[in-house]
Design a protein around this ligand. Structure first.
Ligand SMILES: [Zn+2]
Length: 251
């Protein structure tokens, strides 16, 4: 963790270039927790971009968690998923201070997220706050699961998860594949029910967390996004995630 007075903070970027200020407010309990947290998270995930301040902020947030109430911890984790997921689009180079900070922060947030998932009070809180529940599930995906998957779903949130991007290596692509209409080119997978504990299978626990929040937006399309695409042009079969990733890189 890099001290907040270290000179590096002057060179770190965020959308408003003031992540250090909002982090300080949070750590010194200066002002409303949720408001400070929201501004900081927006500062680090505006337009789903990656900002250099993120890696340096994460270890401080992880260290703050043990001082927070369960509600506050849930809120913090739910807010930070997009900033964490964005790193998958702009990957940090290993052997850099930024990468070490990112990993240290991520390790801490993983610990906190796992303990929240294991806490029986979490389910009750998420049930009462569906929007927070959906945000928490997406953040858990970014923190505990595949960051690229989470990034793709944050991107598709702009389409309310009704449409998805897809691209095959042969050149076929569709910017607005109608996911809610179960298009012929996507074969759904079967996602088993979650036991409420295991974090082995991403699709299973992610769907389970969304179920806690009684989500009806993302849940219907999960069998497709974890399913298989069959290219309408060349017939090649690939995971839908590969189609989405290729579209994001090439179009
Ligand atoms: Zn094809």
């Amino acid at each position: 963790m890099i001290d907040q007075n270290a000179p590096i903070w002057n060179d770190l970027h965020s959308a408003g270039n003031d992540a250090d200020k909002w982090l300080r407010h949070l750590l010194e309990e200066d002002g409303d927790f949720q408001e400070n947290m929201e501004i900081l998270a927006e500062d680090l995930s505006h337009q789903l971009s990656y900002y250099s301040a993120t890696a340096y902020v994460l270890p401080h947030l992880a260290a703050l968690c043990p001082r927070l109430s369960l509600e506050e911890k849930l809120f913090l984790i739910a807010q930070m998923g997009a900033a964490v997921a964005a790193e998958s689009e702009w990957p940090l180079s290993p052997d850099t201070e930024a990468y070490r900070e990112f990993l240290e922060g991520l390790e801490g947030l993983r610990r906190e997220t796992k303990s929240l998932i294991a806490d029986p009070h979490t389910a009750a809180l998420l049930k009462d706050a569906p929007e927070l529940g959906q945000q928490f599930a997406l953040s858990a995906l970014a923190i505990l699961g595949d960051r690229k998957h989470a990034y793709g779903l944050y991107l598709l949130s702009a389409y309310c998860w009704e449409e998805g991007h897809a691209a095959c290596a042969c050149g076929w692509n569709d910017e607005l594949l109608p996911l809610t209409e179960q298009p012929d080119c996507l074969k759904p997978t079967v996602i088993n029910p979650w036991d409420g504990e295991s974090l082995e299978e991403e699709a299973v626990w992610f769907q389970g967390l969304l179920a806690l929040a009684q989500d009806e937006e993302l849940t219907p399309i999960l069998p497709l996004v974890y399913g298989t695409g069959v290219c309408p042009e060349c017939g090649k079969r690939e995971p839908y995630w590969t189609w989405l990733e290729r579209f994001m890189q090439e179009y």
